[in-house]
Design a protein around this ligand. Structure first.
Ligand code: SF4
Length: 377
């Protein structure tokens, strides 16, 4: 029997399941466009529990578009710290400012206007337009791709054509008139709670309609795409200390960690030891001649296509330089990989937005909040 013959029953079953089983999430109380937008941006590549805690903290500080638009980029990045993908945080701030200027502080309701906000792609625009404003549009995230591929037995990788178009077409066709908000969330919720990597078909409201379940090929759907090769990368960083302070620099605006603060460092070159690399990198980026005092260990971090091994070191200004005995921390002779620098106390470090690995290192050395004394200072 073709699956589209059962679409009305399928929709009803899904909506009934969602009404009974949806998780009580903070943005599901008032469904304001601002809250829906922030939750959708935060939840990309983030687990739900983590997303909820970031969302709650964010809303306590920036309860509406006006509060966000008035914030500094520094504070926005600090609150975003740990979610990664920092261009999202910068875009969210730019979008809030645009809403204040162009839309008089009112979140735009038209799809085109939503899509025109900085950093808003087709997925986020569709999510806000349908969940906040009830527009009859689908939301296709990885959960929905999986559910659609299984229910309608799509036999190609869902990220590639022609299956990608088939997913979007089915997802649109499924949206019931006047129920886009509940339906789209129900699809995503089903993918998250029931039709996950290990599907729990016995609990599924769509079991009666699911073609791959009936064919006994659920474990073959969705068809896996090509896995990206993982590239290992060796990098180093150094915590330079002087008279009770540590040296940090602000990364250039472009790039993944643009405008975040960091301990200087970089890649280990072929034939180089991590100790040699950190001294060279520090010299190239700041002009400081440094001595490597000891290792703080290794921090490993995985990304979609590469795996980082970060070697961390305690540094001091080389004893042969005049700066080593200076009463005040000296200015760096040069700054080649950053837009600003500071010598900060561990407590001041707490207020700067840093990439996750550097925050982890700072917490490891100084304790969360930077309360502990600077070792060796
Ligand atoms: S029956 Fe199983 S495979 Fe089909 S949608 Fe439900 S959980 Fe997914």
């Amino acid at each position: 029997m073709p699956p589209d013959a059962h679409l009305p029953q399928l929709r009803e079953a899904l909506l009934a399941w969602f009404a009974a089983h949806q998780r009580p999430l903070p943005w599901r109380i008032n469904y304001t466009p601002y809250e829906v937008w922030i939750s959708e941006v935060m939840l990309q590549q983030t687990q739900m529990e983590r997303g909820v805690s970031y969302f709650t903290r964010w809303m306590a500080r920036f309860p509406d578009v006006a509060a966000l638009a008035a914030a500094s980029e520094e504070e926005v990045l600090r609150l975003w710290e740990g979610l990664g993908y920092y261009s999202r945080a910068r875009h969210v701030l730019a979008a809030a400012r645009l809403i204040m200027e162009k839309h008089k502080g009112v979140f735009p309701s038209g799809l085109e206007d939503i899509r025109a906000l900085p950093g808003v792609g087709p997925y986020t625009a569709g999510a806000v337009a349908s969940i906040a404003f009830g527009e009859k549009l689908p939301c296709v995230d990885a959960n929905v791709e999986r559910v659609v591929a299984r229910v309608f037995d799509l036999d190609g990788p869902v990220k590639q054509e022609p299956a990608a178009s088939a997913v979007r077409a089915w997802a649109l066709r499924l949206v019931p008139e006047g129920r886009a908000r509940e339906h789209n969330q129900a699809m995503m919720e089903l993918g998250a709670l029931v039709c996950g990597k290990k599907p729990r078909c016995a609990l599924c409201p769509l079991a009666a309609f699911c073609v791959s379940l009936h064919l006994g090929i659920v474990d073959q759907r969705p068809v896996p795409g090509k896995r990206a090769a993982i590239t290992p990368i060796e990098v180093v960083t150094g915590v330079l200390r002087h008279t009770g302070r540590v040296f940090v620099q602000k990364r250039l605006a472009s790039g993944v960690w643009g405008n975040l603060w960091e301990f200087p460092g970089g890649r280990v070159e072929p034939g180089e030891s991590p100790e040699q690399a950190v001294a060279r990198e520090f010299g190239e980026e700041t002009g400081f001649d440094v001595a490597v005092d000891r290792s703080y260990g290794i921090i490993r971090h995985g990304y979609t296509t590469y795996r980082i091994t970060l070697h961390c070191f305690a540094l001091s200004l080389a004893a042969t330089t005049a700066a080593a005995t200076a009463a005040e921390p000296p200015a760096p002779p040069i700054l080649t990989a950053a837009s600003a620098w500071r010598w900060v106390t561990p407590v001041e470090l707490e207020n700067l937005a840093m990439p996750a690995a550097h925050r982890k290192l700072a917490d490891q050395i100084f304790g969360p909040g930077g309360q502990s004394r600077l070792p060796g200072a």
